[in-house]
Design a protein around this ligand. Structure first.
Ligand SMILES: NC(=O)c1ccc[n+]([C@@H]2O[C@H](COP(=O)([O-])OP(=O)(O)OC[C@H]3O[C@@H](n4cnc5c(N)ncnc54)[C@H](O)[C@@H]3O)[C@@H](O)[C@H]2O)c1
Length: 324
């Protein structure tokens, strides 16, 4: 196997489990020395432990690779700086930063506590800042670097019950596009992946609004999914996200910058960038009556409401359905 990353040094956050573990192992297999960071927490961010990071670092070393474990949280500036220090102390440089660490505290917005909001924003959105800031200082000086962030369909498309997580993940996509523009001129790229993989994290997510409503007792509980009987390997195993992540860390990806890719199983898709799509315009100021007529009929004529009110709810403004 070609060792494309021989001599390179990487930090992977949240590398003790799931997607991060697969990324750390593939980076090491390609010759990179890896700081395997993981705070070792439950999916909700509780009960830190050193076990997961230590195990993955040991697996890499047992396979002949170079790795050291790091047990800091990404949610503090001190944690991010410690990871960089560890890379420099142990391997003398830093070339690649992969921000994978994450937690979930799902709750419909009307039930979400301030703590649930703050904790998820702290790990995902601030966590990306805490590791990227010190890495960016160094990468700018050395005129080389690869930063790969982790966003989500939850933020880019919207999933119910995840306003904290979705806001953080949409923020990470925005962060990626801006950091790419800050650092591109210094030979540093910054891209993001919105992954899909079966991990303990996805095992906890109700898949649709009906399930969330069921959970909160407002609708009947859906039947559990049928057990998988096929012996074909699961195409959504977390390791499937690693090759695209590692490709973005390679020298050959020097001209890919500020992009978000969806990666799940054998699929890699380029995310559409948010930009004005259709427009109505006039020389003066719109009246509300004009907008009432033109927004539904011209801007939104074939665009569906992702969460329409049920037909039996009395909605002011909704035209009465003609009797059959
Ligand atoms: N699995 C998916 O389908 C999916 C979908 C969209 C986005 N993502 C994102 O991909 C990333 C990886 O998810 P996963 O499914 O592998 O989850 P996972 O729970 O298997 O792994 C996440 C790891 O992050 C670690 N972690 C949590 N908080 C931390 C902190 N403060 N500091 C350092 N480490 C911390 C955990 O201990 C855990 O080992 C996450 O950012 C997640 O939001 C995953």
């Amino acid at each position: 196997m070609t060792r494309r990353l021989e001599g390179r040094v990487a930090i992977v956050t949240g590398a003790g489990r799931g997607i991060g573990r697969g990324v750390a192992k593939l980076l090491a297999a390609e010759g990179a020395s890896v700081v395997v960071n993981d705070f070792g927490v439950n999916v909700d961010g509780s009960a830190p432990s050193s076990g997961p990071a230590a195990e993955v670092a040991e697996e890499i070393r047992a396979a002949g690779g170079k790795a050291v474990p790091n047990f800091d949280t990404v949610a503090t500036v001190e944690g991010g700086e410690n990871m960089l220090k560890m890379a420099l102390d142990n391997f003398g440089r830093l070339d690649i930063l992969v921000n994978v660490a994450g937690i979930l505290r799902d709750r419909m917005i009307f039930n979400m506590s301030e703590q649930e909001w703050d904790d998820v924003i702290a790990v995902h959105l601030k966590g990306h800042y805490c590791t990227t800031k010190p890495a960016a200082v160094l990468m700018r000086q050395q005129r080389y670097g690869r930063i790969i962030n982790f966003s989500s369909i939850s933020g880019l498309g919207g999933l119910p019950g995840q306003s904290n997580y979705g806001a953080a993940k949409a923020g990470i996509a925005g962060f990626t596009r801006v950091v790419a523009r800050d650092l591109g001129r210094y030979g540093v790229t910054c891209n993001a992946i919105a992954p899909g993989a079966s991990t303990r994290m996805t095992a906890t997510i109700p898949t649709n609004t009906a399930q969330l409503r069921a959970k909160s007792g407002t609708a009947p509980v859906a039947p559990p999914p049928r057990p998988r009987t096929s012996t074909v390997p699961d195409m959504r195993e977390p390791e499937y996200v690693a090759p695209m992540t590692v490709f973005l860390a390679c020298d050959e990806a020097w001209n890919i910058n500020g992009k978000v890719f969806y990666v799940a199983g054998g699929r890699v898709s380029l995310a559409h960038e948010e930009a004005p799509w259709r427009q109505i315009s006039k020389p003066g100021m719109w009246t509300i009556d004009e907008l009432r007529d033109l927004v539904p009929s011209q801007l939104l004529y074939d665009v569906r409401n992702p969460a329409p009110p049920p037909p039996d709810l009395d909605i002011p403004g909704r035209p009465a359905t003609p009797a059959p």
